[in-house]
Design a protein around this ligand. Structure first.
Ligand SMILES: [Zn+2]
Ligand SMILES: [Zn+2]
Length: 162
């Protein structure tokens, strides 16, 4: 049967059993009408809208979360009502308590984008720093070794000046 929206007067099709109650063409019209008739106040409307947005965001988070790579090379995930978080922390916290201050969640194979649980290790900040310093020193030594191979030497093995 045809009825009219209580708010805007638009003609809408409704099944008779549902037409007895007030009819609205959509949620917006229902909200506006309830607001006009003081059944609902402005505060409740913004609250309802916020709830709807949150619900939508949570749905998206479950099916297709927003993910990006940070400037520092970390995979980041957006968690509704909580904000953006490092993805490896998000994975970690599925089975562990959040990482405490002074501790670092280290990528065992040094690949920041490899966020499998097996690749994550909780370390204290100092140990973690010295590990990375050692590694980068070794990398620098290796770089120098590679560079040295390309330089010409004299018969005593000394580098010839460039
Ligand atoms: Zn309407
Ligand atoms: Zn690390």
């Amino acid at each position: 049967m045809k009825v009219r929206c209580l708010n805007c007067g638009e003609e809408i099709e409704r099944i008779p059993s549902r037409a007895k109650r007030g009819c609205y063409c959509n949620n917006g019209c229902q909200m506006q009408f309830r607001y006009k008739t003081n059944k609902i106040n402005k505060f409740e409307i913004t609250k309802k809208a916020r709830e709807a947005r949150t619900k939508k965001a949570i749905q998206r988070f479950k099916t297709n979360p927003k993910i990006h790579i940070s400037k520092r090379g970390y995979k980041m995930i957006y968690i509704p009502t909580k904000g953006t978080k490092k993805y490896h922390h998000f994975i970690w916290e599925k089975t562990h308590p959040p990482v405490q201050k002074g501790f670092v969640l280290h990528h065992i194979n040094f690949n920041k984008l490899d966020n499998k649980m097996e690749n994550l290790k909780l370390m204290n900040g100092r140990e973690h720093n010295s590990l990375h310093t050692t590694i980068s020193n070794e990398q620098n030594k290796e770089k120098f070794r590679q560079y040295a191979l390309t330089r010409q030497r004299d018969k005593f093995g000394r580098f010839l000046s460039l």
